[in-house]
Design a protein around this ligand. Structure first.
Ligand code: GAR
Length: 190
């Protein structure tokens, strides 16, 4: 049974969905949720779901090895589910092909610093894109640049608001993210 540690910065609806998915599986289990925001709604979800939810700051993450040491002890896989900080290279190096992120667009379009959450959906609406989607990818030192594992698309109609686009994208995230994480773990076969 592999141990997944989820990183989330905000609401955590994907985190909750992944936690639920793995509760019925023998492949892996979510052991902790870590957040850089001590007021994030994801911590309330953790309380309700009786999952360990812990917060950390930049010092713990970047300057000292507090988060790195915690992960070395506690994690086989790291899943970024709405996590907004760049992962420091020491953590990337310690977990090669073991850190998985989801991005709410079809990378390489609409990626990079500042492109997260509703910013992405608003940009897609402004540019009158006819489709969007999700990208699940390995994490490297640069925002949204690691190797792509999986993409899924959804159509946009002219009447769709940025909120409607967000809903369509979330639907894809809930459907595919847990099963793709499981597939990565099964295919690694360790
Ligand atoms: C998700 O749509 C995720 O793809 C996005 O943040 C949202 C978090 O929602 N991530 C990024 O934009 C990363 N660049 P949630 O907190 O309800 O899971």
């Amino acid at each position: 049974m592999k141990r997944i540690v989820i990183f989330a910065s905000g609401s955590g609806s994907n985190a909750e969905n992944i936690i639920g998915f793995f509760q019925t599986k023998t492949t892996a289990t979510v052991t902790h949720v870590l957040t850089n925001n001590e007021r994030a709604k994801v911590l309330k979800r953790c309380e309700r779901l009786k999952i360990s939810g812990l917060s950390f700051d930049k010092n713990d993450f970047v300057k000292t090895d507090k988060v790195l040491d915690f992960l070395k002890k506690e994690a086989d896989y790291i899943v970024l589910a709405g996590f907004l900080w760049r992962v420091p290279s020491k953590i990337v190096a310690a977990f090669p092909n073991k850190i998985i992120n989801i991005h709410p667009a079809l990378l390489p379009k609409y990626g990079g610093k500042g492109m997260y959450g509703m910013h992405v959906h608003k940009a897609i609406k402004e540019n009158k894109e006819e489709e969007t989607g999700i990208t699940i990818h390995y994490v490297n030192e640069n925002y949204d640049e690691g190797a792509v594992i999986f993409q899924a698309k959804t159509k946009i109609i002219t009447e769709d608001s940025a909120d409607d686009i967000a809903k369509k994208v979330h639907k894809l995230e809930y459907k595919y993210f847990p099963e793709i994480i499981e597939k990565v773990i099964l295919e690694a076969n360790e």
